[in-house]
Design a protein around this ligand. Structure first.
Ligand code: DAH
Length: 372
């Protein structure tokens, strides 16, 4: 039955307290019956409305109607009631809307939140593996800027301005550089070789360094090309480094990377910054060097049935390169050295049997998960 404010006949403490308790109980019952926003509003109005809400009626009947000598006590109970009713109304919410409660409680029967653990990207993993092999040989790691000057990327590596060898490494140039002298113009480095010069400017010989990093070329993306890719460069300079040291070091590195049964093979080549220059081939670690694989003797694609895979370019540092850093102890008459540079992405492709370079750069977790 709906609550109606009683008019007290007795203003004793006990009577007022009883009236207070009944009124609070009625309010709590009302609050529990709120099931929608409209009911919530009606509930509030019924109790709080200025004109004829229950609290206003209480004020009228209990306080204004009280005899003079009971006004103090009546005032006390009316104030206590107002505070309690306001509290109930402020806390009232549509029952069934348990969003606040749900957030606080924990359903221990639900499965937990799965946080997948990331894994090293296959290109980075290959890079770390290669760098690790050279670190064990006592090499340190050097790095340099990706946005490079023409001087470090070309000129100091013995690619003179306008020399046709530059055409083999077309890149992406930073716009608006025409007012600068050519050697200061900025471009995205086409190889990690400029860090050879940067390191020799800073460190006196002897040095043994590997240089991992990203490089760019003006190549449209396809299954074996990408305008951005990764290289690892190596450089060793000392007083009597020979081509024998180059061969021994790289033969060891290839066996450490691809297994002790691989054989290495050097073919003459050309790079402006090395003389003599060579390309290093290893016996195909997919077909084992036979050029054929599988039970049906299928032609081996990665080595194009030759049994050999080209892995890097290398050579003895050209004396012209040392001339650019001569003042820091690199007199070409006194020091000699070897250098090499390899494409990490291509090696990762071969290593993991991936047939399209683009997969490495699309960031598709379904692809990457396979390496986790
Ligand atoms: N920088 C060369 C390239 O990107 C690779 C290379 C060849 C690096 C021979 C070397 C080297 O240090 O000696 O094609």
């Amino acid at each position: 039955m709906a609550y109606a404010v009683p008019k007290p006949t007795d203003y004793s403490k006990e009577a007022l307290e009883k009236a207070f308790t009944e009124c609070v109980a009625a309010c709590l019952t009302d609050a529990a019956a709120v099931h929608c926003d409209a009911e919530l509003k009606a509930f509030r109005d019924r109790w709080m409305a200025r004109k004829s809400g229950i609290l206003t009626q209480v004020n009228e009947l209990w306080l204004k109607g009280a005899p003079k000598e009971a006004k103090g006590l009546a005032g006390f109970w009316v104030n206590a009631l107002k505070a309690r009713i306001t509290e109930i109304i402020d806390g009232a919410h549509v029952s069934g809307d348990d969003s606040a409660g749900a957030a606080e409680s924990v359903d221990i029967t639900l499965p937990g939140v799965r946080r997948p653990i990331g894994a090293e990207h296959p290109v980075m993993r290959t890079m770390h593996e290669i760098v690790g092999v050279f670190q064990k040989l006592g090499y340190s790691v050097a790095e340099g800027p990706v946005v490079e000057t023409d001087y470090y990327n070309f000129e100091a590596l013995n690619f003179p301005p306008n020399h046709p060898a530059r055409d083999t490494q077309d890149t992406l140039f930073i716009a608006g550089q025409q007012s600068k002298p050519q050697r200061e113009r900025l471009l995205l480095r086409t190889h990690t070789s400029p860090v050879q010069i940067r390191t020799m400017e800073k460190m006196r010989p002897p040095i043994r360094i590997v240089i991992p990093g990203t490089v760019h070329r003006n190549d449209p993306p396809d299954a074996s090309h990408s305008p951005m890719f990764h290289q690892i460069e190596g450089l060793a300079v000392d007083t009597s480094i020979t081509f024998g040291d180059l061969k021994g070091t790289l033969d060891h590195a290839m066996k450490a990377l691809f297994g002790s049964s691989v054989k290495t093979h050097f073919r003459p080549s050309f790079f402006p910054f090395t003389e003599p220059s060579a390309e290093l081939y290893v016996t195909c670690f997919i077909c084992g060097g036979s050029g054929r694989r599988g039970p049906d003797d299928a032609p081996c694609r990665p080595c194009k049935q030759t049994g050999w895979i080209e892995v890097l370019g290398c050579g003895m540092v050209d004396p012209n390169v040392f001339e650019f850093v001569k003042d820091n102890g690199y007199d070409p008459k006194k020091v000699s050295g070897f250098a090499f540079g390899m494409g990490v992405d291509r090696l990762a492709l071969l290593k993991y049997g991936v047939d399209d370079l683009q997969y490495f750069f699309q960031g598709d977790v379904r692809f990457l998960q396979q390496f986790g």
